[in-house]
Ligand binder design. Structure first.
Ligand code: FEO
Length: 419
């Protein structure tokens, strides 16, 4: 059986791909990755690195240390065994998935100049020994030469780290967009128009929901920066596939604008956990009530059987969320608490909510915990009083749950119609 290390060097990955005139993709595919800092990545990811074959050949972004040898082998095939054919590397963002391969490269090729902002260098100095690096501090918005053409870095702070920046090459109207517009997709293809559209949409949404959801304002600012460029013929992100057709660039910006503006769809998410059938029956009743309202979608998520990545993705554009749990001592069930903690951390907003559950001797615990853990900090108003059933719901309580579902669905439509 092949080890994951040897699979990383499969024939599929040896090639370098030309993505534009004088621009090569020299990144790596992490086919086996299934988890990216707690986020599920069912189809792996790629760490995209690009080589601009300018008079002074320049790399945009490094790759993760685990795959640095593969990346360096590619670079050697172009820049020679001593890598003297490579002059510089632009570092747009300090996160280690794009920088931990850099010290390995610089050990072999210390002549390569590292171009980055002071803020980025300061962050990198917390991860690596940067003292011997040959650095060139770049001023945001000020063009710098790579021999026969120029690059300009623009800051997109907090989209999604403080030092995050993107790089524009005016001569070909190419934007290297760092994490923005990326997806966790490993592929031999390099553009949206070359892969299955539903895979792209699923992974682009999941990526945005789990990495950028909290950062709507900085993302809108970054979109404004991109829209202000003198032209945009290609967008090359640091993960997944890029954009080269005008309709794909426009659609990508439109999706990001909707998500960053927290504009929901007429959809209700029912998130619950359950020990002995009762809360689950209530969840089904809530969902049935939602389904009675035409034009509203409803989705159910059992907290113990659903990954937080999926909840975060689907709740993001839901206009309403119903949350249910039986009482456990003075609180709710732990898996549901993990989901709520994650949704609070991601800053879900612009929704209405509802609470339901079962209890043995403390009816107040579930509403109190769900409010404290999510609804209050995220400013999610409730459409009605919580519905709490003693031990196991009776028909009358299930009817109330159905009514809650219908109220949530109608409120979801209203929320979507808000200007
Ligand atoms: Fe893909 Fe924020 O690193």
């Amino acid at each position: 059986m092949l080890s994951s290390a040897s699979r990383a060097f499969s024939a599929l990955d040896i090639g370098v791909t030309q993505v534009a005139k004088d621009v090569l993709w020299i990144g790596v595919n992490d086919w086996d990755l299934r988890e990216f800092h707690s986020m599920e990545s069912p189809v792996g990811t790629s760490y995209n690195s690009y080589l601009i074959q300018a008079k002074e050949p320049t790399i945009i972004d490094a790759v993760k240390h685990t795959m640095a040898n593969q990346w360096i082998d590619r670079l050697k095939s172009i820049g020679g065994d001593d890598l003297k054919g490579i002059k510089r590397i632009v570092v747009q963002h300090a996160e280690p998935d794009h920088t931990s391969g850099l010290p390995i490269l610089l050990e072999k090729a210390p002549h390569i100049k590292v171009c980055l902002t002071k803020q980025c260098l300061n962050t990198l100095a917390r991860f690596y020994d940067t003292s011997k690096w040959n650095t060139e501090i770049v001023k945001l918005g000020k063009p710098f030469s790579i021999g026969d053409r120029e690059l300009i870095m623009a800051g997109v702070p907090m989209a999604h780290w403080p030092e995050s920046a993107v790089t524009y090459m005016p001569s070909q109207k190419i934007l290297f967009s760092s994490d923005a517009f990326g997806q966790h997709i490993a592929s031999t293809k390099r553009f949206v128009d070359q892969i299955d559209k539903s895979l792209y949409l699923t992974e682009a949404k999941s990526y945005y929901a789990n990495i950028l959801q909290r950062l709507g304002k900085p993302v809108l600012k970054a979109i404004k920066t991109a829209s202000g460029l003198p032209g945009l013929d290609m967008v090359l992100p640091a993960h997944g596939v890029g954009y080269r057709r005008p309709e794909d660039i426009e659609a990508g910006i439109k999706l990001y604008t909707q998500w960053a503006s927290y504009k929901p769809n007429p959809k209700v998410s029912v998130l619950y956990d359950c020990n002995w059938f009762g809360t689950e029956k209530m969840a089904v009743a809530v969902a049935s009530g939602c389904a009675k309202v035409p034009g509203v979608d409803v989705e159910m998520f059992h907290a113990r059987r659903t990954h937080i990545t999926r909840t975060a993705t689907e709740v993001m554009d839901s206009a309403a969320i119903a949350i249910g749990s039986p009482v456990l001592h003075e609180s709710i069930l732990p898996d549901l608490a993990m989901h709520l903690n994650y949704l609070r951390c991601l800053g879900i907003k612009n929704k209405v909510g509802g609470i339901f559950g079962t209890f043995g001797w403390n009816a107040a615990a579930t509403p109190k915990e769900i409010r404290n853990q999510l609804l209050t900090p995220n400013k999610i108003p409730e459409v009605c009083e919580p519905i709490m059933a003693h031990w196991n719901p009776k028909d009358e309580e299930l009817k109330k749950c159905e009514e809650m579902g219908t109220k949530l669905a109608m409120a979801a439509i209203e929320k979507c119609n808000e200007k």
